[in-house]
Write a protein that binds this ligand. Structure first.
Ligand SMILES: Cc1cc2nc3c(=O)[nH]c(=O)nc-3n(C[C@H](O)[C@H](O)[C@H](O)COP(=O)(O)OP(=O)(O)OC[C@H]3O[C@@H](n4cnc5c(N)ncnc54)[C@H](O)[C@@H]3O)c2cc1C
Length: 476
């Protein structure tokens, strides 16, 4: 009854931007994790102040609000787990470049690839590059502190944030930081919002730091007979002075999948090897110096290597990396995709553990990812219609998480916790640490309306059927 009253007020204030037709609500009832939840209304705000209106009403009537960008998170963080309202910031666009101060001021609904195209046309560079860049929004990137392949040299989204503006869960307008190179005024609540998965506020604008666009890029693909040899080469290269813009690893099952997809071996002389992919960038002189180092490094340990002589050849190399993700669906129709991190010198231990999990749990696992950061994507492939196999995959996943923490690592390096990793939070955080986080949440969101059910409450309903909806990135 009370919710009907709140909805009526909302509709009178925001008109057609509020939708309640179940068919229209469906696409926002889940995110990339594909677990759907019923909810009441979808609100596509078109002006920043409307966010304040929505939050004030939600507070008054105690209605859960889940903020949403493109819904590409893989963790359930953008799904309305407690129903209520979904607040979409996709229509809050706008890009203003300031080449003198090297900044971009953006709306949260701007798609990352759109920003990068404009920035690069102006001779500048915005490095964060999650693989979902053609679809995901900057609001989602900021709320997840998104990473990607270039983190090894350039860091994560949070490293580029000068200031954020938006609304507290109570509906008050705030600006954290200012569009300045340096700013030390009070607590750094800008960093608190970054990576908070939409639980502490709604971002309605951001000023981001830009870099000069690198003059040149150079790409190299290397094959190693074993995964351990490839990961040892990562350490050898970094210790030897390589400064990669990207350094990616593909285990043998990932390579086998990519080769099957391509219909031919990647290196004819050594099929089924583990691969590394390297990209260097910078000024022509920097790239030339680093290239000499990289070729000597390749000679030291790789069974074979191939440099990309043209942008078209480079694209071919990176297509291999992209192909392994979709190719692994031959191993199962469902994926538990983890983004764990371990210290660089424990990646080999992690791979040994994965092999042990494959054998003991009889589950297909493929590993690839950002070896230069120790951030590996461990993909547990299984068949949704086979409950025994699903159960084995989940048990293997639980063991992986415990091992990651034992190795001194982290249960998430870039996707965040959401619903998917909430059962493992207590493995990572001491109770004093999670209590401090809950206290922050309580202070900023006393009614607990913003994205409730995420991060802190262990989500255990794994048996819910997953939506078979096809997202734009499924067609890529
Ligand atoms: C194919 C694919 C590849 C991916 N590759 C990577 C990768 O390489 N690296 C990586 O880090 N991630 C990756 N991801 C995960 C995902 O794309 C990123 O987390 C992305 O940053 C999410 O952006 P989004 O616009 O889709 O946000 P959504 O999924 O809509 O939302 C994500 C979170 O942000 C919150 N949020 C959204 N907008 C706002 C706002 N305006 N204010 C406050 N909170 C907000 C939501 O409540 C939710 O908690 C990938 C996902 C897919 C599907």
């Amino acid at each position: 009854m009370l919710n009907a009253q709140a909805l009526e007020t909302l509709q009178s204030e925001l008109g057609g931007r509020v939708r309640t037709d179940p068919e229209q609500l469906y696409p926002h009832s889940f995110d990339g994790m594909r677990l759907a939840f019923p909810y009441e209304a979808d609100i596509a705000v078109e002006r920043e102040e409307e966010v304040g209106t929505v939050l004030r009403l939600a507070n008054q009537y105690d209605i859960p609000v889940t903020t949403r960008g493109a819904g590409s998170t893989l963790t359930g963080a953008a799904a309305p787990a407690r129903g209520g309202w979904v607040l979409s910031t996709e229509k809050l666009g706008g890009i203003a470049l300031d080449p003198i101060n090297r900044t971009a001021t953006v709306g949260p609904g701007v798609v990352l690839a759109t920003l990068q195209e404009q920035v690069e046309a102006a001779g500048l560079f915005y490095p964060p590059d999650p693989s979902s860049r053609k679809y995901c929004t900057l609001g989602g990137n900021l709320a997840c502190n998104a990473g990607g392949m270039r983190c090894v040299k350039y860091g994560v989204t949070g490293d580029y944030v000068l200031s954020l503006r938006g609304y507290l869960p109570t509906g008050e307008y705030v600006e954290w930081g200012r569009p300045l190179r340096k700013y030390v005024v009070g607590y750094d609540l800008r960093s608190l919002w970054v990576g908070s998965e939409g639980t502490l506020g709604v971002i309605t604008g951001a000023t981001l730091r830009l870099l000069p666009r690198p003059e040149r890029q150079w790409n190299l693909l290397l094959a190693y007979p074993t995964e351990a040899a490839a990961l040892a080469a990562v350490l050898d290269g970094l210790e030897g002075g390589l400064r990669p813009a990207i350094l990616e690893f593909l285990d043998i099952p990932s390579v086998t999948g990519a080769e099957r997809a391509a219909g031919r071996p990647i290196f004819a002389d050594c099929p089924g090897h583990s691969l590394l992919l390297l990209q260097l960038d910078g000024s022509a002189r920097e790239v030339e110096e680093q290239r000499a180092l990289a070729l000597a490094w390749a000679e030291r340990g790789a069974s074979a290597y191939r440099e990309a002589a043209s942008p078209a050849e480079a694209e071919e190399l990176w297509n291999l990396r992209r192909a392994c993700s979709s190719a692994m669906f031959e191993l199962g129709d469902s994926k538990l995709n983890e983004d764990v991190v371990v210290p660089l010198d424990r990646q080999v231990d992690l791979l040994h553990h994965v092999e042990d999990l494959r054998q003991r749990h009889r589950v297909n696992i493929a590993v690839f990812g950002h070896a230069g950061d120790g951030n590996l994507h461990v993909n547990f492939m299984h068949h949704a219609a086979d409950p025994a196999e699903c159960q084995r995959a989940r048990e293997a996943l639980g063991e992986l998480m415990r091992t990651v923490v034992d190795l001194g690592g982290a249960i998430s390096g870039e996707h965040g916790i959401g619903l998917a990793k909430s059962p493992f939070l207590s493995l990572q955080l001491r109770s004093a640490e999670s209590e401090a986080m809950r206290a922050v949440k309580q202070a900023l969101d006393p009614c607990g309306i913003l994205n409730p059910g995420k991060i802190f409450e262990p989500f255990e309903v794994w048996d819910k059927p997953k939506e078979s909806y096809r997202f734009p990135w499924d067609h890529a």
